[in-house]
Ligand binder design. Structure first.
Ligand code: ZN
Ligand code: ZN
Length: 792
């Protein structure tokens, strides 16, 4: 959500050095050039469009009071499509004014038809509240916008249902409150003209699949009352937004993607920290302890860490008097960057370190405002922050932004880079790669960042683990009929049959009826397995939750668990209660869980027969058990001991993509028989690391298994599967983009400067086998065989 006329705060202090000169000095600092690419993102002049003829003067005047003289081209185009009754998604950059694209047709309709209503959905209450302020600020008669969410007092709810014509809510409230209470909402739904879905790229994976069905339930209720609202969606820039929006809503959606808003110029550098000299390669544990990620690792660090590199860059820019914001993924990491930068500055000029601070979520509001104020006025020159700032704080107009590690999606990357640049001035942005296959790939493939986006928002409404509970909810709202099957899509009939068999639905001549008194309990953000609570024994304080799938790995008895940079040791994991008891302790070892995983193929949905290579998509059963853990000295990486664990096996029915190769093709590519397991294993790790390039997922959402001979495929095979029951759409996307995905995987491995494999290419931070065996050169050969045979 952003308004087209977001107030920007900017300081009137001296102009810093030109970004090009600044970058030249930064890169000349060490031996070798860490910069792999410099992209000059030119300033763009906005392309305004005339107000559409249908926009009433009253509305134009209201926008003009807010400083909007005319819409930008993309706003006008999307607005007119929607006003004419087409479903539309506007997928453009940060601060491009997407909100005007839906406010314009929605509000024009409310003014023209005094009965019409609008429903606006945001992923968070905070965004809905922002949008409420924006709409209310237009002061249009009779619109009466109101937020309706969990915080809305009971006393106000009825008034809103009866009188508000612009209701702002979130998918959870729609699911738990509005749809089950559809009788009370019938007046509103009957007159519903528009449904606005803001920040719709956040509806991805299992959550997105649930939301897709909540929207189908909404459409069904509207249809019962005779309404067919127009859907207007707003999204960050992404690959194939029309398809993603179509899957989310179940409707044909037109995409508007040409951004016509103005922006300042940015010099954007991609920066790869140098390899360490071979003899100084150290276990990566210190970097982990510094909070690069809160998970066990088996990695050997061969590259200078992104945290250190970012700290040096921050010190250098601050020394030049440049106001700089460094984004670091973890809170502890942000503190490490700030501390190192301060130390370096104090060494150079005592006292200069005071002009750098760390900023993270959890500060009191006044503390945050004080930091913002200090930075805007130049008292403070450098700030290291987590993404906390990405959401809550209005801080733009900096001279330089350092991004320590790819933030996971292009949307986040541009949101962070967008903090740089004061009006009319050039700014510098630097992406510092972490030692991770995706980061490595990106700094060597700038087209993946600056070219047309390939990363798509994926979801899978056909997931039976989502579909069945959603159909149960729908049946409570009104009996299901055969006419509903098409609405809920593939698999709906099977899911209904299963619900009948399980005694949840009863079939009558007029449809399928819910049999119970209580409504089904369905959590949209549920991940199948219940999350495990992490509780500090001494105080009973809840530290956080870990999803069920990771709990055995991260919370087994004896595990060292890092939470927001503080070290805890697990005393007990009570799976029945879904709770792990921990105490504060910082031992000088780390723990590394090992698991054994089995996978069997249940069915094949689709496949490509490419001679010696086969590519498959299908259902699989994954059985895994965490069986032991190693304790290792943090300082040296030395293994202290291996301790057995007694944890139950876990089973997962999910969707996988897999490829097979004939043994003969591997042999003729030069892969020795003994190296096949290491070759496949290395290819599997890198392929998992690169999948987030194609789909908005995290490598932690995905699992893999490779084997030189799989009983179901009878061939050397690499499996990559969705880590969520029933699948989340990631494997499906991987299958659909297989050659591009595996090409990127191959290039990431081949272009990594290490010799035998490192965390930037084939090592994985979540390997259950301790990253053994791995063969980097043979992984390239394996992928070459696949790519030579697979049709593009
Ligand atoms: Zn490498
Ligand atoms: Zn592995």
């Amino acid at each position: 959500m952003e308004s087209s006329a977001a107030p920007t705060v900017s300081a009137g202090h001296d102009v810093g050095p030109a970004p090009v000169d600044l970058l030249r000095r930064l890169r000349a600092r060490g031996a070798g050039d860490p910069v792999t690419h410099v992209e000059r993102v030119p300033a763009r002049v906005g392309v305004p469009a005339p107000w559409p003829a249908w926009a009433p003067p009253e509305l134009r005047a209201a926008f003009a009071r807010r400083g909007v003289v005319a819409p930008w081209q993309h706003q006008a185009e999307a607005a007119t499509l929607a006003y004419d009754g087409g479903h539309v998604i506007v997928a453009t950059g940060t601060a491009s004014g997407k909100s005007l694209a839906y406010q314009l047709p929605a509000l024009a309709t409310l003014l023209a038809d005094p009965r019409a209503t609008v429903l606006y959905l945001a992923p968070t209450k905070a965004l809905a509240a922002d949008q409420l302020r924006a709409v209310a600020g237009l002061e249009l008669d009779g619109v009466r916008p109101a937020c309706y969410d969990g915080d809305t007092p009971r006393a106000e709810r009825e008034w809103i249902r009866r009188h508000s014509r612009f209701v702002l809510t979130n998918p959870d409230m729609l699911h738990h409150g509005i749809l089950p209470g559809n009788a009370q909402w019938s007046g509103f739904l009957r007159r519903l003209a528009y449904v606005v879905i803001d920040e719709c790229h956040t509806y991805r994976g299992v959550f997105g699949s649930h939301v897709a069905h909540v929207l189908r339930r909404l459409r069904r209720q509207c249809a019962r009352f005779g309404a067919t609202p127009v859907f207007v969606l707003a999204s960050a820039t992404s690959g194939d937004p029309a398809t993603a929006a179509g899957r989310l809503t179940g409707l044909p959606v037109t995409a508007v993607t040409e951004d016509a808003s103005p922006r300042g110029g940015v010099t954007f550098a991609l920066w790869e920290p140098p390899l360490l000299p071979p003899d100084s390669a150290t276990p990566a544990v210190p970097a982990q302890a510094a909070g690069d990620h809160d998970a066990t690792t088996d990695l050997v660090q061969v590259r200078r860490s992104a945290l250190r590199e970012t700290a040096d860059l921050l010190a250098d820019t601050v020394a030049e008097g440049v106001r700089t914001l460094a984004f670091v993924r973890s809170r502890k990491g942000a503190e490490v960057v700030a501390a190192n930068a301060r130390r370096a500055l104090d060494d150079a000029v005592p006292g200069l370190g005071d002009r750098v601070a760390a900023y993270r979520g959890g500060y009191l509001r006044e503390e945050r405002r004080e930091l913002e104020r200090a930075l805007l006025h130049g008292d403070l020159l450098g700030l290291a922050s987590t993404n906390a700032l990405e959401l809550g704080v209005d801080l733009v107009g900096l001279d330089a932004v350092l991004i320590c590690g790819y933030p996971g999606t292009r949307a986040s990357l541009w949101q962070q880079a967008g903090r740089a640049g004061r009006s009319g001035q050039e700014a510098l942005a630097v992406l510092v790669a972490r030692d991770d296959p995706l980061d490595t790939y990106l700094v060597h493939h700038p087209e993946a960042i600056f070219g047309a986006p390939v990363e798509a928002t994926v979801l899978d409404p056909a997931n039976p683990y989502v579909l069945a509970p959603q159909l149960a909810c729908a049946a409570v709202e009104a009996p299901l009929t055969p006419a509903d099957l098409a609405l809920f899509g593939d698999g709906a009939k099977e899911a209904i049959d299963q619900l009948v068999e399980a005694g949840a639905l009863r079939q009558r001549p007029t449809g399928w009826y819910w049999r119970h008194r209580e409504r089904p309990e369905v959590d949209l953000r549920g991940e199948g397995g219940a999350p495990v609570c992490v509780v500090e024994s001494a105080t009973g304080r809840l530290l956080g939750t870990v999803d069920g799938g990771s709990s055995h790995f991260l919370l087994h008895p004896g595990a060292v668990y890092l939470h927001q940079g503080i070290s805890y040791v697990v005393d007990d994991l009570d799976l029945a209660d879904g709770c792990a008891l921990v105490h504060v302790e910082e031992p000088d070892w780390s723990t590394h869980a090992r698991d054994v995983t089995d996978l069997s193929v249940v069915s094949v949905r689709s496949y490509v027969d490419a001679g010696p290579v086969g590519m498959f998509l299908g259902e699989v059963d994954v059985t895994s058990q965490v069986v032991s853990y190693q304790r290792r000295r943090i300082a040296t990486g030395e293994v202290i001991d291996t301790r057995p664990l007694d944890l139950p096996t876990r089973e997962l029915r999910t969707v996988a993509v897999w490829f097979t190769l004939s043994p003969r093709s591997l042999a003729s590519a030069g892969v020795q028989q003994a190296d096949v397991p290491g070759a496949l294993h290395a290819a599997e790790h890198a392929a998992i690391g690169l999948l987030p390039l194609m789909a908005t997922c995290d490598r932690w959402d995905i699992g893999g298994l490779s084997t030189a001979l799989h009983p179901d495929t009878e061939a050397p095979t690499v499996f990559v599967y969705d880590g969520h029951p029933g699948g989340a759409g990631f494997s499906e996307r991987a299958y659909g983009t297989a050659s591009a995905w595996l090409r990127a995987t191959r290039d990431a491995i081949a272009e990594c400067g290490c010799e035998t494999g490192c965390p930037s290419c084939v090592q994985s931070p979540k390997c259950g086998n301790g990253n053994n065996p791995l063969s980097k050169p043979d992984a390239i050969r394996v992928l070459d065989v696949v790519l030579e045979n697979l049709p593009a």
